[in-house]
Design a protein around this ligand. Structure first.
Ligand SMILES: Cc1cc2nc3c(=O)[nH]c(=O)nc-3n(C[C@H](O)[C@H](O)[C@H](O)COP(=O)(O)OP(=O)(O)OC[C@H]3O[C@@H](n4cnc5c(N)ncnc54)[C@H](O)[C@@H]3O)c2cc1C
Length: 445
């Protein structure tokens, strides 16, 4: 898909209007979704349900960005932002320890510094509480959207609903987690504080590690799935319903005329549409900046490994587990175990240093020594599209062209929030491009 043969591009940059081999209602818009990660694909799916004609453009292919081998967790109830007051105490150790999950490599990039300062400013109880409150309604919408899709279509995506345990290393961290749990309980989340022994009854694979944590928060409703498989399944569903995919097609600029975007510029030609949705993950800001729009997204690099899980009883976990001390997450996806973690402010570099992978292997061995074959791991790195507060940028930005909407900045929760965000952005588009509530307003505050 997406080559000159389908009649969309012209080498001499001639504008070609998409249309209209599909017989859609006259009121439907031609919408160009930029980005074929989970957020762009969920958006395309929602727009299609709403009767629009959709084209999806990506510089690579489906799931090539952060939606590839991410942590696989659908953290609907566990949405505490990374920007948290407790980070101040941990910061010196996190920045100085050689094996720290957090890394900051200063760049000659004012945006990196500005983002870092905004992030630190967001590490306040009031901001963290506001973010958590905003994020608790969005995951509920997202869950409903994803479950509706799964009920409607048989998705092959290694979905499981086995709950989640977050393990805390000491009394101080566990007490802070219990306070956060109370806050989330007031907002409707069902969670329980457990002793290590109780945690082992829920996840027997933790038996050998029980002496190494103080307590755990259990969220029975949490789920997991392979985000890449969801992306691939969505692409197939969308293609089967007439959505066009233009892969290996980098969008270099958005062309503005008065109050509208008239086309997305690519090396292969211009793409015209009635409306554009930017879902470019960590690449979103680059496209917005020349339009004078502030999209406060910076790449927060993370890594994962995937190992074939041992089938022996109690060897590899079936419940999602987060090790709060190491900031590493474990999720069972079918017969594989996905382990993900780390947060690096190092620009758009996607290299995979061997020691980061070794560190994930070591963490896995320590928690689940019999989980699988650690000599055969699949390494991966991805760039979380992170905003300082942790709130995504949804809908139309103040001062942006009427027909330009954003769906980006989901940070560490993009898989979790994708379907709810897609609904909100589609609603904003349907309602005449009014700004969507939660994300945008709080992000730019
Ligand atoms: C290590 C790690 C673990 C994670 N774990 C979880 C988890 O357990 N649960 C969870 O909910 N989330 C998790 N996340 C976060 C989640 O993966 C992201 O928030 C989510 O994938 C973002 O999706 P996206 O579609 O916005 O971006 P992406 O998936 O990055 O997609 C953006 C797409 O845009 C394309 N693109 C970029 N620039 C251009 C351009 N100029 N022109 C054309 N195309 C372009 C890219 O090729 C890419 O395909 C994790 C992330 C990482 C890195």
């Amino acid at each position: 898909m997406g080559d000159a043969a389908n009649g969309i591009f012209h080498p001499a940059m001639r504008c070609l209007q998409f249309d209209s081999m599909n017989h859609h209602p006259v009121s439907s818009l031609q919408v160009c979704v930029l980005g074929a990660g989970i957020v762009g694909l969920a958006t395309a799916w929602q727009l299609l349900q709403d009767g629009h004609r959709v084209t999806v453009v990506d510089s690579a292919q489906t799931g090539a960005g952060a939606s590839g081998a991410n942590g696989a967790q659908l953290s609907y109830s566990y949405v505490q932002p990374l920007a948290d007051p407790s980070l101040w105490l941990q910061l010196p150790k996190l920045l100085l320890a050689p094996d720290s999950p957090l890394k900051f490599r200063p760049q000659f990039d004012p945006h990196q510094w500005a983002w870092g300062l905004r992030f630190l400013a967001a590490c306040r109880s009031s901001v963290s509480r506001r973010t958590t409150a905003s994020l608790l309604t969005l995951p509920a919408e997202s869950r409903a959207g994803f479950e509706q899709l799964m009920a409607q279509e048989a998705l092959d995506c290694d979905f499981s609903a086995t709950g989640k345990l977050v393990l805390y290393p000491d009394a101080l961290a566990f007490a802070a987690a219990r306070r956060q749990m109370e806050l989330q309980r007031n907002l409707g989340a069902v969670q329980h504080a457990l002793s290590p022994a109780e945690a082992v009854t829920i996840e027997p694979a933790l038996a050998l590690h029980a002496a190494h944590f103080t307590g755990a928060i259990h969220t029975p409703s949490e789920c997991a799935a392979d985000c890449f498989k969801v992306c691939r399944a969505l692409q197939q569903l969308l293609e089967a319903r007439g959505v066009r995919f233009l892969f290996q097609t980098e969008v270099t600029r958005l062309l503005r005329q008065k109050k509208s975007i008239v086309a997305a510029q690519t090396r292969q030609g211009l793409i015209e549409a009635d409306a554009f949705v930017v879902a470019l993950g960590a690449g979103s800001r680059r496209l917005a900046s020349p339009l004078g729009l502030d999209v406060p997204v910076y790449p927060l690099k993370g890594y994962s490994i995937t190992v074939q899980a041992s089938q022996a009883e109690g060897a590899a976990p079936r419940v999602n587990v987060t090790d709060a001390a190491r900031k590493v997450v474990f999720a069972r996806i079918g017969d594989r175990l996905r382990v993900a973690g780390m947060a690096e402010l190092v620009g758009h570099d996607r290299a995979i240093p061997a020691q980061r992978i070794e560190s994930l292997v070591t963490s896995t061995r320590e928690l689940f020594p019999q989980a699988g074959d650690f000599d055969d791991v699949q390494p991966w790195a991805g760039l979380r599209p992170a905003t300082p507060t942790g709130l995504p940028v949804l809908g139309r930005l103040r001062g942006s062209p009427d027909n330009l909407l954003f769906n980006t900045g989901h940070g560490a929760l993009g898989f979790t929030l994708a379907f709810g965000s897609a609904q909100r952005v589609a609603r904003a588009l349907n309602e005449g491009f009014r700004p969507a509530a939660a994300g945008h307003a709080a992000c730019t505050a």
